[in-house]
Write a protein that binds this ligand. Structure first.
Ligand code: AMP
Ligand code: MG
Length: 310
């Protein structure tokens, strides 16, 4: 993708003034603000209608800059070298003298950090004196945005500027790992757990569904298109849209598919756009066929399960 420097300048100016700007990332679009400013970060919560106890992920250019705010260990460095920049978020301990706003962390002593890969956002980060707090650029509990039109649909003119970056190449949020002690997955995401396990050469616990919510990516209703969803469906009801993992030979106006031949990465990339499209086409509910529970299929099933708690 060609980088438009004038657009980046515009985003930079607004962020320096304490405004929110939507930014492209390889996972999903983010709603970004200066992570060192209480006032700027409050605007994110207000725009998204996000509960204040749901902390934000902070986006850094690299781990040298992160050193100002967080301490980290060897496991972090191992994963950083292999997967960053990329779709993985680390829970780390905040340093006492960190400048991160208390609004970002909900006064926790930990911080969720990520290094986005998208070249436009990397260029933007290079031009800022602060990291960016950025949750997904959608209304709270709804489907994430994977292109600038989705952001516009959710926020209209309320978001001052959307930095264009094309369609997100992964299309699912980052995998969240608490790396402080024994590594623990807190949210399934765009990076497969087995790949992380191989890199660390150890088994990792998954706490994707705990009693006590420590990471609201685990909240019950989340990622919802705003209409009911039924899973593992064999028989479709009247008025329902049918969503399958691959293109079916039978073509009907209420049939939608996530990929041509069942490729799970392609399906991940299409998931949120298709959920939005089905809602726009005024179907009353969605019946989803079986989706293989391997690779990114696990994350797709996780999102659909949460979206089905309607
Ligand atoms: P999103 O709104 O899609 O950006 O999701 C951000 C996720 O990161 C949410 O599920 C947050 O709860 C989670 N998160 C942010 N900070 C922390 C933290 N310090 N500990 C655990 N989870 C966190
Ligand atoms: Mg989100």
């Amino acid at each position: 993708m060609k980088i438009n420097l004038a657009n980046i300048k515009k985003a930079q100016k607004l962020l320096n003034k304490g405004e929110c700007v939507a930014i492209p990332t390889e996972t999903v679009y983010g709603l970004a603000a200066n992570a060192y400013s209480d006032k700027a970060c409050k605007k994110i919560y207000k725009l998204k209608k996000r509960p204040q106890n749901n902390p934000l992920i902070v986006h850094y250019l690299n781990n040298q800059i992160l050193k100002r705010d967080c301490s980290f260990n060897n496991d972090f460095l191992k994963l950083y070298k292999i997967f960053c920049p990329g779709p993985i978020t680390f829970i780390l301990n905040l340093k006492k003298n960190s400048k991160i706003s208390k609004i970002v962390t909900n006064r926790k002593k930990t911080l969720a950090v990520r290094f986005p890969k998208h070249p436009v956002t990397r260029n933007l980060l290079k031009n800022l004196n602060f990291p960016l707090a950025a949750p997904s650029a959608n209304l709270s509990s709804k489907v994430s945005a994977v292109n600038s039109a989705d952001v516009k649909d959710d926020f209209g003119k309320k978001v001052k500027y959307i930095l264009e970056g094309g369609k997100s190449s992964i299309g699912l949020e980052s995998t969240i790992i608490d790396i402080r002690n024994k590594p623990k997955i807190l949210r399934l995401g765009g990076l497969e757990i087995s790949t992380i396990e191989k890199a660390l050469n150890k088994k990792i616990i998954t706490r994707n569904n705990p009693q006590k919510i420590s990471s609201p990516g685990q909240l019950k209703l989340h990622y919802s298109p705003g209409i009911p969803i039924r899973l593992n469906v064999k028989k479709i009801n009247k008025g329902e849209a049918y969503l399958s993992i691959k293109n079916m030979r039978k073509k009907k106006p209420n049939f939608y598919f996530l990929s041509k031949n069942g490729n799970l990465n392609e399906a991940a990339k299409n998931l949120y756009s298709i959920l939005r499209k089905i809602k726009k086409n005024k179907h009353k509910s969605i019946a989803v066929g079986k989706i293989p529970n391997k690779g990114l299929g696990r994350t797709i099933n996780d999102r659909l399960k949460r979206a089905s708690k309607f």
